[in-house]
Design a protein around this ligand. Structure first.
Ligand code: EPU
Length: 419
């Protein structure tokens, strides 16, 4: 198993290119199942989750070819059955359900199960697909969905924690080939949903309102092949911005879209970080002493849960008390005990973490538990004195393209070792 060895205390300086967004490309790859024609997706990050999705599409019968940062997919003839072995590796695989149902009218997708950040139910996905006329049963670990024909319908997709990103994606994809008009209320507003809608519209779908809580999908008879360039990854951009601030450096994030990062940039500025917004880049620099801030994770355009762990790593360095409240996933504080190994003082009180910041961090071996927790540990390791060994790097490789190479280019002393 691989680990990252980080010798901390070096301010990051220079420019980093932001890759395509993992959470945009995964549903977009799934959407290629909606047509028998070839599709080309550009600015595809080289990530293990993207390769998993490629394997899932191949398993279903599609032809998938990665060429540099492009993926070419043609789903001429596909099957509608996805086994546990193929979907369990990645919880995001659930977004093949909507396209398979729409294309084949019958699908059986194994339930991917929970993960370390929480239970991850799919009741809202099922509610939406049922509203379109699917008969849904859960048997032997599979969600089976069948329909004679999907028919557009109004629906409310809000749940316990607000909207659902992949639930909205699943319904939008299925509704694109339904008869008549679908109105999704309390739809997810994330930029990744907007990017999927753009791709579907390029395939001939008729979707309006994506990016707002009300999405209208007017069904069409068939979709055709399309080409698409994926949006830059706002979570990767936020992670590098925080790493720059945590190390007292100055980093230019090339390709980052400030308009996708309002909540993150606002909090960073409140914490004493200087941000210069350019049309398609951001320059991040620590201005003064870090200040504590309070933050609550929310659906977009609120502060993203996918940046909660990284911000916590930064706030351990800010003298004073910061309160971080996690409202999206119930157990997304796995990084807390690992940050404590580096010397951070954090207490968990229900859905909140109380960070008593300002202590000096010192390097130690730590264990990554999930993707964003791993990113937080890398940031803490970059800021800590001494050497930090982040174990289980495969979590990071799911969602950060070449993270160690990119950090090295910014001056970090980081290397990948095989244990
Ligand atoms: N929820 C329900 N019922 C559902 C679906 C979701 O109650 O049917 C709840 C969830 O339990 C959670 C909330 O709704 O409390 C939001 O979950 P959502 O469905 O939006 O999450 P997701 O679509 O499964 C995507 C990202 C996650 C990201 C979340 C929230 C992908 C592949 N994954 O998951 O990304 O945290 O949205 O923004 O797009 C990551 O990249 O590290 C990651 C976990």
């Amino acid at each position: 198993m691989e680990s990252l060895l980080i010798k901390g205390g070096v301010p990051l300086h220079g420019e980093v290119q932001i890759s395509g967004a993992k959470n945009a490309v995964l549903p977009i790859m799934a959407a290629t199942l909606l047509t028998a024609e070839p599709c080309v997706i550009r600015r595809v990050p080289n990530l293990s989750d993207v390769r998993f999705m490629g394997q899932i599409l191949e398993w279903l019968g599609a032809r998938v070819e990665f060429k540099g940062d492009e993926v070419h997919v043609q789903s001429a003839k596909i099957k509608g059955h996805a086994d546990y072995e193929i979907v369990r590796k990645m919880r995001g695989s659930i977004c093949i359900m909507g396209p398979l149902l729409a294309r084949l009218r019958k699908t059986a997708v194994s339930l991917p199960g929970g993960c370390v950040i929480g239970a991850r139910p799919i009741n809202l996905h099922l509610k939406g697909l049922a509203a379109l006329g699917a008969r849904i049963t859960i048997e032997k670990g599979y969600v089976q969905a069948v329909t004679r024909k999907l028919v557009g319908a109004p629906m409310f997709l809000g749940g316990r924690a607000g909207s659902t990103v992949l639930g909205t994606a699943n319904v939008m994809m299925a509704a694109s080939l339904a008869e008549g008009v679908t109105l999704i209320e309390s739809a997810a507003c994330e930029p990744e949903v907007v990017d999927l809608a753009r791709f579907l519209n390029a395939m001939g779908a008729r979707i309006t309102g994506a990016g707002s809580p009300t999405i209208t999908v007017t069904g069409v008879k068939a979709l055709h092949g399309a080409e698409h360039e994926v949006i830059p990854d706002r979570i990767e951009a936020a992670t590098f911005a925080i790493a720059a601030a945590a190390t007292n450096g100055e980093v230019s994030l090339r390709g980052a879209r400030p308009e996708h990062l309002h909540a993150v940039l606002d909090k960073l500025e409140e914490a004493g970080v200087d941000i210069q917004r350019r049309a398609s880049s951001l320059i991040v620099r620590r201005k003064a002493r870090l200040k504590p801030v309070d933050v609550t994770t929310l659906p977009y355009s609120g502060f993203p849960t996918d940046v909660q762990a990284q911000l916590m790593a930064l706030l351990t360095l800010a003298p004073g008390i910061s309160i971080i409240t996690e409202r999206i996933f119930e157990s997304r504080f796995m990084h807390v005990s690992e940050l404590a190994r580096l010397g951070a003082d954090i207490e968990i009180e229900g859905p909140s973490a109380i960070v008593k910041g300002g202590r000096r961090l010192s390097g130690a071996p730590v264990m990554a538990s999930d993707l964003r927790a791993s990113a937080a540990l890398v940031i803490a390791g970059l800021a800590a004195r001494g050497t930090t060994q982040v174990n289980r790097v495969y979590h990071l490789d799911r969602g950060y393209e070449d993270i160690d190479a990119k950090l090295r280019k910014l001056g970090a002393r980081i290397q990948r070792i095989e244990e």
